[in-house]
Design a binder for this molecule. Structure first.
Ligand SMILES: Cc1cc2nc3c(=O)[nH]c(=O)nc-3n(C[C@H](O)[C@H](O)[C@H](O)COP(=O)(O)OP(=O)(O)OC[C@H]3O[C@@H](n4cnc5c(N)ncnc54)[C@H](O)[C@@H]3O)c2cc1C
Length: 330
């Protein structure tokens, strides 16, 4: 048993940025002593746009092409889990890494169940325990109020899902070898049929990739003000997010939610509007470089993390701010 198997995802036909982050996590483990090399598995029905150059840090790229793995394998979970289980049998890696995306957060535990091994979800750091030589992961606990370090029971494969945004991708172009893996026998065992995939089309930048995010909370009072947030996001080429309270109220879809049970983001500027800054919301902001807050309550928790803040009513502050930014942007 040796090596690190990184489960890649495909975005717009190429290896997704989040997979490049996983390769950086894998490289850290390799540098700390996990031997056997780093393999990146990429699944899909058409992998013609995938190349080793997109995967700096990988020693080898394993292409698993099969019609059942449509949409990079993320259209359903059975086929990719069966494909990775078959690859695991052939490679016997020490460690398997998924990104904690919509796909990885489900596929990782399913694979662990199938293999009968432990899984650690939502890790924000990963290292080799110098005493045991096994992997130790750091995870937020108690709603993001504390961090805990965990090891894996047994001596089998260690599976972890890594939170997006916590590792910086390795720069440059990859030069790993490329091999193909035939998973057709494994995926022929798929018993469920994917009837329909409903893709919510969002225009502009994805929250996970945005350099500027403006987020709204319960303090906005309803769904309409999100249009004003979108206006500023458009001026700055950013994306709109939300607190769970705003999503739970039905003002915006849950795909906007940032935090412990939502998305993790890493913008240069995160502008929160009418958000109190509960620890579960802040848990999604560990990668944000600068937090700016507009809140009418000067004691709101968000100000403890904010680099700049305005204590005031967003209805007065935001339109003036947007107008000024628009002027400056020309
Ligand atoms: C297990 C668990 C997981 C959770 N996961 C998440 C998560 O992933 N993401 C998340 O966001 N939350 C999450 N929560 C919920 C979290 O605890 C908070 O309840 C939530 O973040 C509060 O949202 P909010 O800040 O929008 O609302 P509130 O806490 O109600 O804050 C609203 C803020 O708006 C301000 N305000 C009101 N009117 C105005 C105005 N006119 N102008 C300016 N400011 C104004 C108020 O002063 C207040 O600070 C989770 C909770 C649990 C228990």
């Amino acid at each position: 048993m040796s090596g690190i198997l990184v489960i890649g995802e495909v975005q717009d036909g190429a290896i997704a940025p989040v997979s490049a982050e996983l390769l950086a996590a894998a490289r850290k483990l390799a540098d700390e002593g996990v031997g056997g090399g780093i393999s990146l598995a990429v699944m899909g029905d058409d992998l013609s746009g995938v190349s080793a150059a997109q995967a700096p840090g990988a020693d080898s790229i394993v292409l698993i092409s099969n019609p059942a793995l449509k949409d990079g394998g993320t259209g359903g979970y059975d086929a990719p889990v069966l494909a990775v289980a078959a690859l695991n049998e052939s490679k016997s890696p020490d460690v398997i890494l998924f990104a904690k995306t919509d796909f990885g957060a489900v596929a990782g535990p399913r694979l662990a169940f199938k293999l009968g091994v432990p899984v650690a979800q939502d890790c924000i750091d990963i290292a080799v325990d110098s005493e045991t030589g096994r992997v130790a992961v750091t995870r937020p606990v108690f709603g993001g109020n504390a961090l805990a370090v965990y090891g894996f029971n047994g001596d089998g494969t260690q599976i972890a899902t890594i939170r997006p945004g916590v590792f910086d991708p390795i720069e440059g172009e990859g030069s790993g070898s490329v091999e193909e893996f035939d998973a057709s026998e494994a995926v022929s065992e798929v018993r469920s049929t994917l009837v329909e995939t409903v893709v919510q089309q969002s225009e502009g930048v994805r929250l996970e990739d945005a350099d500027f995010i403006i987020s709204g909370g319960r303090g906005l009072g309803g769904p309409e003000p999100f249009e004003q947030l979108q206006e500023l996001a458009d001026v700055l080429g950013g994306a709109v997010g939300a607190s769970r309270a705003a999503c739970d109220a039905g003002w915006v879809d849950h795909s906007y939610q940032i935090g412990l049970t939502g998305k993790s983001v890493k913008p240069t500027v995160y502008l929160s509007v009418g958000i109190s800054g509960a620890s579960q919301h802040m848990a999604g902001l560990s990668g944000a470089r600068n937090i700016v807050a507009i809140n009418k309550d000067g004691d709101a928790n968000i100000f403890k993390s904010a680099r700049f803040g305005v204590v005031g009513d967003w209805e007065k502050v935001l339109p003036a701010f947007t107008a000024t930014v628009r002027d400056l942007a020309g």
